[in-house]
Each structure stands twice: as structure tokens, then as C-alpha cells.
Ligand binder design. Structure first.
Ligand code: PLP
Length: 393
């Protein structure tokens, strides 16, 4: 008999009942070090007092109105994001998937309004992940996500990850935009080199097409810059954000230049919940915490510590781990065994990591984890490697 919860997940037999910073407490009392942060969502840790205060204060006043009215919390968050980024304008969603939907619609409407309605194609890349909606799975294009769900939304062209030559060849008078993650998350922490991101920007400029970046996982301070593309010194035309921006409260956003957003006039898009007072009260608190030079400097310092220790782990357990990859606190360990087995061995040692494609486990800890948490990460990942080695004997 089917479970009451639709069985689309293979769930680990763990039930967390409380969170404190980088720690999750299981129903049986065990304390797990959370290096997954709910897949890069709990960017400021669990039960962060500042976020709890922002949420509860707003909850006592007003949860929801509608985008039919002015929402000051939403305006404040949009202003903060515009101030801190390339963007001139922001639309709020409830998730990364919905941000992807709008990014696609925005790019197509841009060309429609420019009198080139045939420009609908979006160039995307192998190993990418843009969410589970009809357009999101078509954008990613992998068999794993799309099989059985056809007919797929048309207009996506799939190319090898970051292959700028393939991009040049794929350009045509149907091309509307390029859509890419600066660092693939689900795809296995695959970093697009700065030079390739710059090359994609140059291709877009030359062809006059739009560059859409999916920073749902790599954005919001995760790499040590507010947004990952800042490292390459370029800016996109459209950017998707979600995960970390709500610190655990569901909220996403599409950021865009005035030019890229020019087709999105009144009545062309909407959302019941997107940008409601509760979500934006939390989003504002997250932005205030993350978007300071001091906070981002700390992310970079901790990232250096973590990376160094992980390199040591690879050196001492070459039969388990072969490579550290990633940037900032978006790190991957390439595994010899199946990543699911390594994650499960981690559970035995009370440490949480997240599997990804390309035989990688992901480390996406809260950005404000402490040095003591990092020391615990090394101890627990070392114990995890030993668990695997003992099983191999
Ligand atoms: C998680 C993710 C999404 C989808 O976000 P949801 O909030 O799950 O809809 C899209 N793109 C990337 C890069 C992601 O990591």
C-alpha cells in the first residue's frame, strides 16, 4: 500500500526534532553535525536567534496579504538585493524552481517584445539542475529527471558543461539566452572556471543574448562572495536565487537588469505567496547578516580551514576520498565508494553530508559554523572514512 506521503524520496531513518546552529538533534537524543544545512538552505544555522526574532515579530503582526497591495518588507528586500548586486529589479518566488520558471519566461518575453518571437531557445548544460517543474526538468534534460514526463517543454538545447566552443556552434537566430550554474550543485560540485564564465558573458554580449545564472545553491554568500559570479568579475542579465536567502523559510527570487526585465509588465506574471510579509521579514534578516564584509571574510577564512582539513582527509584516506572540489563553503569530496554509502557511513558517525552526481558528497554547512564545528567535521569525516575502510576489509 502506498505511504501517506508520496514515496518520491528514499528517506534515511533519521528524525530530527531540534536544531541548534550547525547541529541537529535526533529523536533519540543523538547530536548530528549538519554539514548539509538542508542542502545549502540553513545558511545561518538552525534556530538562529536573529531569524527567529524576525520571524516571530512579523508573525505577530501580519503573515500574508497579497501582491495586490504594497508589501513594505518585500520592497525593503528588493532594495537590499538591488543595492548589493547587478540587478535593477527583483521578483520573489517560493522556491528555486519557480525562479527558473520566471527566468525562462522573462528571457522569451524579452525577445517577443523586441519583435523576434522566434528567439525562444535557451542553451543549457549537462549535469545541471534547475528544479523539478516541467520547464526545470526540460532545462536540465537528464534522463533521470525527464523519463516518463514527456512531452517536455520545448526550446532547450543541452551542451557539455561550460563548453564555450559548443556554445558558439549552437548559437542561431533562435537563441534567446544561456542558462548555467556557476557551480553545479546536484551535478557534483563542478566549478565553472572564471575564464569560462567570462567567455560566456562575452559570447552573450557579442550575440546580444541574455546570460541567466542559476545561483540557487551557490549564491547568498556560499562561496565567500554574496554571489558566485562576482569572483569572475562579470554580471548576468538574469539570476535565480533561493535556498540560503530564506535561511530555511521558503523564498526565492529572480534578479534582473532593467533591460532583461523589460517584457515583464503588469499582468504578465504573478504569485500568490511570493514575497509575502513573513517570507520577506526573514529574507531581510538573512541579507542583513550575510551581506557584510566581515561576515563574508569569515566565510572565506572558514572555507580555507575546511578545505585544508579536507585535503588532509583525502591524503590519509585515498581509498575513500580522491579529491576536494568547490569554492568557499560549497565543497565536494569525490568518493571511491558510492556516495550514498559514504553519506550512510557518515550517519553512523553522526555527521550529515549530501550525495551528488559524479560520485561526490557535498559539504554545504551553515555559513556561520564555528571553528569548533569545523574541528568536529574533520573528526567525524575521518571516523566516517574509517567506517568505510573497516567495511572494505
Ligand atoms: C535546489 C536548486 C533548484 C531548485 O530549487 P527548489 O527550491 O528546490 O525549487 C534550482 N537550481 C539549483 C541550482 C538548485 O540547487
Amino acid at each position: 500500500m502506498i505511504s501517506s506521503v508520496l514515496p518520491t524520496y528514499n528517506r534515511a531513518p533519521l528524525t530530527f526534532v531540534k536544531g541548534e546552529g550547525a547541529w541537529l538533534i535526533e529523536a533519540d537524543g543523538r547530536r548530528f553535525l549538519d554539514l548539509g544545512a538542508g542542502i545549502a538552505v540553513a545558511a545561518l544555522g538552525h534556530a538562529n536567534p536573529t531569524l527567529v526574532a524576525a520571524l516571530t515579530e512579523q508573525a505577530q503582526n501580519l503573515w500574508h496579504t497579497s501582491n495586490l497591495y504594497e508589501i513594505p518588507q518585500q520592497t525593503a528586500l528588493a532594495n537590499a538585493l538591488v543595492e548589493a548586486s547587478f540587478a535593477d529589479t527583483v521578483f520573489f518566488t517560493n522556491s528555486g524552481t519557480e525562479a527558473c520558471e520566471l527566468a525562462v519566461k522573462m528571457a522569451r518575453k524579452y525577445w517577443f517584445d523586441k519583435g523576434e518571437p522566434e528567439r525562444v531557445e535557451i542553451l543549457t548544460f549537462d549535469g545541471s539542475f534547475h528544479g523539478r517543474s516541467a520547464a526545470g526538468i526540460a532545462a536540465a534534460g537528464s534522463e533521470k529527471m525527464t523519463k516518463g514526463f514527456g512531452p517536455l517543454v520545448a526550446g532547450f538545447v543541452h551542451l557539455p558543461f561550460g563548453d564555450t566552443e559548443a556554445v558558439k556552434e549552437a548559437l542561431s537566430d533562435k537563441t534567446a539566452a544561456i542558462l548555467i550554474e556557476p557551480i553545479q550543485g546536484e551535478g557534483g560540485i563542478r566549478v565553472l572556471p572564471d575564464a569560462d564564465l567570462k567567455a560566456l558573458r562575452a559570447i552573450c554580449d557579442e550575440a546580444g543574448i541574455l546570460l541567466i545564472l542559476d545561483e540557487v545553491q551557490c549564491g547568498m554568500g556560499r562561496t565567500g562572495c554574496l554571489f558566485a559570479h562576482e569572483w569572475a568579475g562579470i554580471t548576468p542579465d538574469i539570476m535565480m536565487v533561493a535556498k540560503g536567502i530564506g535561511g530555511g523559510f521558503p523564498i526565492g527570487a529572480v534578479l534582473a537588469t532593467e533591460n532583461a526585465a523589460s517584457g515583464m509588465t503588469a499582468g504578465t506574471h504573478g504569485s500568490t505567496y511570493g514575497g509575502n510579509p513573513l517570507a520577506c521579514a526573514v529574507g531581510n534578516a538573512v541579507m542583513r547578516e550575510i551581506n557584510t564584509p566581515e561576515f563574508l571574510a569569515e566565510v572565506n577564512r572558514k572555507a580555507g580551514l575546511l578545505r585544508q582539513g579536507l585535503e588532509g582527509l583525502v591524503a590519509s584516506h585515498p581509498d575513500v576520498f580522491t579529491e576536494v572540489r568547490g569554492m568557499g563553503l560549497m565543497l565536494g569530496l569525490k568518493c571511491v565508494p558510492a556516495p550514498g554509502d559514504v553519506v550512510a557511513a557518515g550517519y553512523q558517525n553522526e555527521v550529515i553530508t549530501v550525495p551528488a552526481a559524479d560520485n561526490v558528497i557535498r559539504l554545504l554547512p551553515p555559513l556561520n559554523l564555528t571553528d569548533e564545528d569545523i574541528a568536529q567535521a574533520f573528526a567525524r569525516l575521518d571516523a566516517t572514512a574509517k567506517t568505510i575502510e573497516n567495511a572494505l576489509l
